[in-house]
Design a binder for this molecule. Structure first.
Ligand SMILES: [Zn+2]
Length: 193
């Protein structure tokens, strides 16, 4: 899989583009001729192969927007490997994208009503919400480390400010742990055996 970490730079929650805009921008900036094959590392051998449908849910102007986009696949003519090209708004193997989940979590931490009302607003079940919150807190703790987390009284990614710079964070998280932020990881949730 090729992960594209390109679009979260200086993301402003108040004037956030739609998930579809962010998705399109990620592909617009992707150049397959410059990207090395994730398997054999050869450059200039990636060719369009096929695509597959992916849900794209967003929450804009107090409405839930449900749609679909096509995820590109590429094949390498050097090693014959095939790879999905997944923009950074998507969490591997998850239907909901990271923008939607962060909007839900931000609304949760700023909420005045109940969790049930919040879940109705975003059209999700309470079990889904608590699963997201649990994973978010585990990954946050993992990232900040056992000591650094005590220095953060407020959440640095959701509560502190409007402009957040997620690109280095998402990229660093992926490189450091080998799985994407908010992606399921057995090791992260249950510890190594
Ligand atoms: Zn290759």
């Amino acid at each position: 899989m090729i992960r594209l970490f390109s679009i979260f730079f200086k993301m402003d929650f108040n004037t956030l583009p739609t998930a579809l805009d962010l998705f399109n921008a990620a592909y617009k900036n992707f150049n397959r001729y410059k990207k090395g094959c994730p398997k054999c590392k050869a450059k200039g051998f990636l060719k369009p192969f096929a695509g597959y449908d992916h849900n794209l849910v967003d929450y804009c102007n107090k409405s839930i927007l449900e749609g679909h986009v096509e995820i590109r696949r590429l094949s390498c003519s050097s090693c014959q490997g095939t790879f999905g090209v997944l923009p950074d708004i998507f969490i591997p193997h998850k239907s909901y994208n990271i923008i939607f989940i962060l909007k839900v979590l931000k609304a949760y931490y700023c909420r005045t009503g109940t969790v049930e009302a919040l879940c109705r607003q975003f059209g999700i079940s309470t079990s889904t919400f608590y699963a997201w919150k649990k994973r978010y807190l585990i990954h946050k703790s993992l990232y900040l480390g056992s000591l650094a987390k005590y220095f953060y009284k407020t959440d640095p990614h959701l509560n502190e400010l409007c402009n957040i710079c997620l690109t280095p964070f998402l990229h660093h998280f992926f490189n450091r742990f080998g799985f994407s932020f908010l992606q399921y990881s057995k090791t992260a949730e249950y510890g190594s055996t």
